[in-house]
Design a protein around this ligand. Structure first.
Ligand code: ATP
Ligand code: MG
Length: 221
């Protein structure tokens, strides 16, 4: 489903060059749950941004269902994100003054659905993550685990093929971490492809089919 061929992402800071992605080659099969494990600064978020089409590689190819997304125009990138990718960000990225329901409905505005359809879809995914009774709460009235479930619901509402999760349990206690991992596993059971970033190898071993390690931008099996 996803193939990276000699992907490099070089950041230049004055005379300094940082290879945040360093000649990355990898394949991800549909339905796989892949964990990418690495320390802070190793290049995890950079790789996720490239996969999401939120950033472009310096060189190399990123194939998604055979199409080279590295050659996409901004409009093609936007369509790719809308149709194929759900992202759970490192820090929730919710709009805290809006309700859980409003946060989840937001991405659907770009999908050209009616208000009724948006409402029905958003309610359905919030139920799926166990938040039926919190839909009208503002995001700033939710616990960390609840906020993360809203973020998962928002990532799912477009029915993406791939779910990219950047440290989805990074800010959570161990009981809430288990709940979130269970949700991710149930999504995998429904056929979603999941790529989860974590610095915690133990968490990766609990849930992933395959663990990739990243160090100084170099990805290895
Ligand atoms: N926009 C940027 N400009 C310059 N350097 C950057 C930029 N973004 C990231 N980097 C550098 O690239 C490297 C990888 O960063 P990245 O954010 O991918 O790390 P990470 O593995 O996600 O770390 P963390 O676990 O702390 O989130 C780091 O050395 C970082 O300083
Ligand atoms: Mg990061």
């Amino acid at each position: 489903m996803i193939e990276l061929i000699s992907v490099n992402k070089i950041y230049t800071k004055g005379a300094h060059k940082i290879a945040a992605s360093n000649n990355i080659n990898c394949r991800i099969v549909e339905g796989e749950f892949v964990a990418i494990v690495g320390k802070s600064g190793s290049g995890k978020s950079t790789l996720l941004n490239l996969l999401a089409g939120l950033d472009t590689a310096t060189s190399g190819q990123i194939l998604f269902d055979g199409a080279d997304i590295s050659a996409f125009s901004p409009n093609q990138y936007a369509a790719h994100r809308l149709n194929n990718i759900g992202i759970i960000f490192q820090s929730f990225n919710l709009i805290f003054s809006k309700t859980a329901l409003e946060n989840v409905m937001l991405p659907l505005i770009f999908a050209g659905l009616s208000a009724t359809e948006r409402l029905a879809k958003a309610k359905r995914v919030l139920e799926q993550v166990g938040l039926a009774d919190r839909m009208q709460h503002k995001a700033n009235e939710l616990s960390g685990g609840e906020a993360q479930r809203v973020a998962i619901a928002r990532a799912l509402v477009n029915e993406p093929k791939v779910l990219l999760a950047d440290e989805p349990t990074g800010n959570l206690d161990s009981a809430t971490t288990e709940e979130i991992l269970d949700i991710l596993l149930s999504l995998k059971a429904k056929g979603k492809t999941i790529i989860m970033i974590t610095h915690d190898r133990e968490i990766a071993e609990k849930v992933a089919d395959r663990i990739l390690t990243i160090k100084d931008g170099v990805l290895s099996e």
